[in-house]
Structures are given as structure tokens and as C-alpha cells.
Design a protein around this ligand. Sequence first.
Ligand SMILES: *[C@@H]1O[C@H](CO)[C@@H](O)[C@H](O)[C@H]1NC(C)=O
Ligand SMILES: *[C@@H]1O[C@H](CO)[C@@H](O)[C@H](O)[C@H]1NC(C)=O
Ligand SMILES: *[C@@H]1O[C@H](CO)[C@@H](O)[C@H](O)[C@H]1NC(C)=O
Ligand SMILES: *[C@@H]1O[C@H](CO)[C@@H](O)[C@H](O)[C@H]1NC(C)=O
Ligand SMILES: *[C@@H]1O[C@H](CO)[C@@H](O)[C@H](O)[C@H]1NC(C)=O
Ligand SMILES: *[C@@H]1O[C@H](CO)[C@@H](O)[C@H](O)[C@H]1NC(C)=O
Ligand SMILES: *[C@@H]1O[C@H](CO)[C@@H](O)[C@H](O)[C@H]1NC(C)=O
Length: 473
Amino acid sequence: MRKAIISKNVLCVLFLLCQKLTASFSSWDDLDKLPLPAWYSEAKFGIFVHWGVFSVPAYKNEWFQNNWQHFKYEDYVAFVNKTERQNFAYQDYAHRFLAELYRPDNWADTFAAAGAQYVVLTSKHHDGFCMWNSTSIPTTWNWNAVDIGPRRDLLGDLSSAVKRKKSPQSGKKLRFGIYHSLLEFFNPLYTYDKGNNWTTQNMVDLKALPELYDLVDRYEPHLMWSDGGWEASSTYWKSEEFISWYALNSTVGKEAVWNDRWGTDTQCRHGSYLTCHDRYQPDGLVDKKWEKCMTIDSTSWGYSRVSDVLQYLNTTQLVHTLIEVVALNGNLLLNVGPSADGTINPVFVDRLMGIGSWLSVNGEAIYSSNPWKICQNETKFSVFYTRRTDVLYAHITEWPENSLLRLDCPVPTKSTRVNMLGLDDRSEISFSLNGNRSTGESMVVQLPLLTPDTIPCQHSWVLAISNLANLYK
Ligand SMILES: *[C@@H]1O[C@H](CO)[C@@H](O)[C@H](O)[C@H]1NC(C)=O
Ligand SMILES: *[C@@H]1O[C@H](CO)[C@@H](O)[C@H](O)[C@H]1NC(C)=O
Ligand SMILES: *[C@@H]1O[C@H](CO)[C@@H](O)[C@H](O)[C@H]1NC(C)=O
Ligand SMILES: *[C@@H]1O[C@H](CO)[C@@H](O)[C@H](O)[C@H]1NC(C)=O
Ligand SMILES: *[C@@H]1O[C@H](CO)[C@@H](O)[C@H](O)[C@H]1NC(C)=O
Ligand SMILES: *[C@@H]1O[C@H](CO)[C@@H](O)[C@H](O)[C@H]1NC(C)=O
Ligand SMILES: *[C@@H]1O[C@H](CO)[C@@H](O)[C@H](O)[C@H]1NC(C)=O
């Protein structure tokens, strides 16, 4: 595999010289000023998919190659000793990556039913394996899903399937995004540049950039989700040049969105929105749009066969996270790790279906909602707020004692109405207009008496509160 890459270098240089590379491009500051496409801020919820050769060992973590061969962690070394013949190489796993039960249309249906508005697949993780038809890029030769393993354009098939779907909850078309790792730990082009303190750019010119342009040209993704930029600067990676082209010159047009991991100098600073670090969630409201990416299996992004079911977050935790994130102006990108055969473990599907049924009842308080500038949550009760033009939504994440909910933030008027989303009759809920002077509460709401038969959903219950005195204060 390494030999193959080097022998192709000469070809690649010629290939790139023939390509007309961009002459002028915008700076990060200019790119930051481009408006964030509405689809992204309205979406609120997406599915992240970590799938690749690391899904074959499916042992503990998607950093399998690095953990085994670089860090030489004892558990990884022992695992390979026990399961493989001598002189086994990581690359050999690709022959067992067959995706023989892969049904991209079925995946897309599952993600749509979950209420997701976008799907982001790993086109290439840190092991460098390309999940798309990258056969026109010589440096990906024999290390992509068309040349070996599945012998199929895994990413292209999912991209088409996802773009055909409509969200049952929002009625909008699903969007497709692409994760791409700039760095590859064991690629000699990369280690050579690193050895030269980034004064050479072989990895950029022969690998990363041709891949990024190819992905956008072929699949027209609405989101480019970069990773692996934590060792070298965005100048080394020529990221401004690529994003300028993606945002201004590519066929994706004004719908293009990109994250913030394009080099050491961009993370948490430059991008259509911020991801900062994995599982990032700010303490309070931030103006710049952000995204929390997190896993359902709390231990791994790639599928891990050794994860206990208790290590998977439950649906209540996931719904609560979605609510907190949306209340603070974020999007939630929730990760599943499919198996090497192309199936998705039913534990993941169970969580996705749970979120989807919650969103079927409460979607109007999530999709296209805005954070409430005045107050995002209550301090005494676990209540979070979102709002639309003339309604405030109070997300109750713990049912209060005696069904009496005391709120400090919303100030009602004589025409204020309170309803619970999903109640058949939309029966009005009573509250005391004067709150409770002795405790300073602005509103005391008597929640309806609900039984397992009549409760509209699990996990969290949403009140729609209209005609407030301070919705826009
Ligand atoms: C793995 O196998 C090698 C070679 O047989 C041996 O030297 C090493 O001790 C083994 N390591 C573990 C953790 O089993
Ligand atoms: C890959 O793309 C090439 C054109 O670049 C095409 O000829 C080939 O059929 C594609 N293969 C697959 C498996 O999609
Ligand atoms: C590597 O490059 C950086 C930035 O140009 C410089 O500050 C640093 O001294 C260099 N390190 C070495 C070991 O040459
Ligand atoms: C965009 O296209 C214009 C006109 O063809 C060209 O001058 C410019 O260099 C291109 N910019 C990028 C970043 O590709
Ligand atoms: C979900 O997980 C949380 C945190 O561990 C726990 O408190 C809660 O009881 C769990 N809910 C269910 C339904 O298992
Ligand atoms: C709720 O709000 C309080 C005060 O505004 C804040 O300190 C706290 O971190 C918030 N809790 C959550 C879970 O966001
Ligand atoms: C107001 O607060 C006091 C003190 O907590 C409590 O005794 C009283 O029942 C409350 N009144 C209402 C209407 O909730």
C-alpha cells in the first residue's frame, strides 16, 4: 500500500500540473461573513455515521490502527495476536470489509424516521481508506471501497438515497454532508511533510485537495465536515483556497456549509459554524451557530463489538441533550457506527426511533425554532426554552411534584394561553396569572392529570405559551 502510493507520485504531479488550480481566493475573515444557509440553522438535528475499515475489527474504537500500531496499547496488540495470523497488516482488514448487507435506502429511511434533517458520512477517516469512488485519484489506488472490499461506491449510494428522502416530521428534504480527515497517521506523504515541519505540501497537493475537490464535484454535498487538522495550519492545508471554491465556485452554490476544523488556526474560530472539540456544548447562549457532535455509544464513534448496552446512552438522555442544544442555538449531530456488513445494530436503531417519535409530537418546538434571548432555562426546574414568531415553548424535562410547574422567566398577559403539544384536544392548561408573589415566580402552571394512555410522549413534555409580555424583550 505504501509502495503503491509512492510509485504513483510521479503520475500525480503530472495530473495536478494539468489541473488548473485556483488563482485567487478569499480569506477566513471574508468567508466567515458569508451568510449561514437557512437549511442548516433550521435543521437542528443530524446523523453522523462513522463507518470504514475500522468497523471490521470493531474493537473498542475507530482509532484502531493508531492504537494498535502507533501507541501499541496492550489490549489492541493482544487482540490482534489472538485473532489474526502472524504478520497481519491493518490493510488486510479491507478484504473483510464487504458491506454485503448494505441497504443505503433503508439507512436513509431510518435516519429520516429519526427526525434527522441531514446525514454526514465518513468519506475517509484517519486510516485513509476512501469510502467513495475515488478511482480517478491515483494516490487512493487500492485503498478505496471500489478497488477492494465492498467494490461499491458506498458514499455515493448513501448520498443519492438520503437526498431522495423527505423528513416526515418537518416535511423538508434531507441534506447530505461529508466528513473528511485531512491527516492520515500512516501515510508517507503526510509523515514526510510532518518531518519537514510542514514546509513541503505533498500530502495536500497529491492527496487531501484532490480528494476534497473530487468529493464536491461528484456528490455536491451540502456540508463539508473536516477533521484531522489539529497538527498543521490551514495555510499548509490550503483550506481557504478550497473553501473559497466550495462556497463560491462549486455547483453546490449558496447552500454550502462547512465546519471549523481546517487547520490548527481555524478550530473554534473560522467556519460557517463551530464544532470546537468533540461533544462541545457551551454553557450559555452564543451568537455564532455551533454544533455538538456526540456518540450514542458513549465509548466509540466506530462500531465496537465490546460495548455493553449500558454504555449506549438512553433515549431520555438523547432527547434531553437535543433540547439543551437547541435552546442554546446549537445543532445536534448524533453518531451511529454501522457494522462492516452494512447493518446497523438494533440498539442504535432503537434510540433513533425513540427520538423520532418524540420529534413527531414535538417537532414544531425544535425545527426552525430560535433560542429565547431572555432566558434559555429555568434554575429551579429542568425547563428549557425555544421560541417561534409568537409562541414560547417550555420543554419540561422532569415532571414536577404535584404537577405544579413554577416558572421565573415568562411574563404572562391576560390573553396568554398554555397548551401541551400532542394532547388530542389541545385542552387549555390553567395557570395563575399573577404567579406567586411570595416566591417571585412569574407563572405557576397546573399541569393536566395525565395517565399512560393520555400522555402525548415520553422523555419531555412541551408547553406552547402564547401572548407573553416579554417574548421579544
Ligand atoms: C503479541 O505477539 C508478539 C509476537 O508473538 C509477542 O511478542 C507479544 O508479547 C504479544 N503481545 C501481547 C500483548 O499478547
Ligand atoms: C467510478 O467512476 C468511474 C468514472 O470516474 C466509472 O467509470 C465507474 O463505473 C465508477 N465505479 C463505481 C463502482 O461507481
Ligand atoms: C517549524 O515551523 C514553525 C513555524 O514556521 C517554527 O516556528 C518552528 O520553529 C519550526 N520548528 C522546527 C523544529 O524547525
Ligand atoms: C472562481 O471562479 C473565478 C472565475 O472563473 C476565478 O477567477 C476564481 O479564481 C475562482 N476562485 C476559486 C477560489 O476557485
Ligand atoms: C437513562 O439514563 C439516565 C442516566 O444514567 C438514568 O438516570 C435514567 O434512569 C435512564 N432512563 C431510562 C428510561 O433507563
Ligand atoms: C440553566 O441556567 C443556569 C442559570 O442561567 C445556568 O447556570 C445553568 O448552567 C443552566 N443549566 C443548563 C443545563 O444549561
Ligand atoms: C406560593 O409559594 C408558597 C411558598 O412556596 C406556597 O406555600 C404557595 O402554595 C404558593 N402558591 C401558589 C399559588 O402556588
